[in-house]
Design a protein around this ligand. Structure first.
Ligand code: SAM
Ligand code: SF4
Length: 335
């Protein structure tokens, strides 16, 4: 395994944003079919040889770390459907000064929580849009609600601290889930994070009218449970965080539509087929796989990553008439 030398270079773009967080997608496959992400049927998945191997992913992450990346989040598709994911976590956990997290739908977490923890994973976001099996099925078009709850419990048991529950907030569908999630956050110790629905669905059925906005979520929780008090953040988290006034239970809001945080964005992405993307909504990608598979050097990989970030645009255009869907939906980019 080539070792990337430490470098004084930083992943900085034209707007001075220094990038320290990399989302790494390990697959575009998934065991759910959430309507805001995937088509219901006939999904064309990438052929397996096109996916980066664990060795290739490790190499990209080592080079990224040498350029100042300190935070890796594994994602997908559903990361836990990729065979032996703990083996990748174990590889990445040998890289110094790197914090390792994962976003998962939790279906397979019951059995994998322990091996993932043992391999060095420490931060966990579990996606769950409803605290109700019928509504869960409506969103995901699959069964599995109880398995996700069992997965969260297993993760707590094996020692994961500060598990965050990601719930996409959708008008006309999940308003009645806000208060139950508020109580869940207070009782479980997990932060409940509401994500405004974004135009990243494969069916291109997103409409602004379907977005349940941050202000409405805060008002509903404050009126029904306790006033929500904003917490100081690091200025780079996509989530604005709140605590209930009595100190019990934390809520996060990712308001990508109503309060875009592009000006402070410090993250970029690696797709499962080895393309670097500066933004979820980018219209271009930087091909790292061709560098990896043509005996490219670490310097060439570093140059490709630096160029990708340097070319980042100022921000997404969801709120303008210019908005164009990216070429890939969420499951294929890696959320
Ligand atoms: N399968 C894993 C999961 O669901 O956690 C990881 C990948 S998923 C694409 C990552 C996150 O993106 C999930 O929390 C999911 O709810 C969110 N997501 C997917 N499509 C979205 C959309 N159109 N708008 C907002 N969030 C979305
Ligand atoms: Fe699968 Fe996650 Fe997309 Fe749902 S959001 S379909 S769980 S990749």
């Amino acid at each position: 395994m080539p070792v990337a030398a430490p470098s004084a270079q930083q992943l900085v773009d034209r707007f001075g944003r220094v990038h320290t967080k990399l989302r790494v997608s390990v697959t575009d496959r998934c065991n759910l079919r959430c309507f805001y992400c995937m088509p219901a049927e006939n999904v064309a998945f990438l052929p397996k040889p096109e996916l980066l191997s664990y060795e290739e992913i490790e190499r990209v992450v080592r080079v990224a770390a040498s350029l100042g990346v300190t935070n890796i989040r594994l994602t997908g598709g559903e990361p836990l459907v990729r065979r032996d994911l703990p083996a990748l976590v174990a590889r990445l956990s040998t890289i110094p000064n790197l914090s390792l997290g994962m976003t998962t739908n939790g279906i397979l977490l019951g059995d994998l929580a322990q091996p993932l923890y043992d391999a060095g994973l420490r931060s966990l976001n579990v996606s769950l849009d409803a605290l109700d099996p019928v509504k869960f099925r409506e969103v995901t078009r699959r069964d599995g609600y109880e398995r996700v709850l069992a997965g969260i419990e297993a993760a707590q048991r094996v020692g994961f601290q500060s598990i965050k529950i990601n719930a996409v907030a959708i008008r006309g569908l999940t308003e009645d889930q806000l208060v139950p999630f508020g109580h869940f956050a207070r009782e479980s110790g997990c932060e409940a994070r509401f994500i405004e629905y974004m135009p990243l669905d494969a069916d291109h059925a997103w409409e602004r009218e379907k977005v349940l906005f941050a202000d409405e979520i805060i008002d509903a929780l404050s009126a029904s449970i306790q006033p929500l008090v904003p917490l100081d953040g690091d200025g780079h988290s996509p989530a604005t965080e709140y605590a209930f006034a009595d100190g019990v239970g934390r809520i996060g809001i990712i308001a990508s539509v109503s309060r875009p945080f592009c000006a402070n964005c410090n993250r970029f992405r690696l797709t499962s087929d080895g393309k670097a993307r500066a933004c979820l909504f980018s219209h271009d990608e930087t091909d790292l796989r061709s560098v990896l598979r043509s005996d490219g050097t670490d310097e060439q990989l570093a140059d490709a990553l630096l160029a990708c970030v340097a070319g980042k645009w100022e921000g997404h255009e969801i709120n303008t008439a210019r908005f164009l869907y990216p070429d890939r939906p969420m499951y294929s980019i890696g959320g």
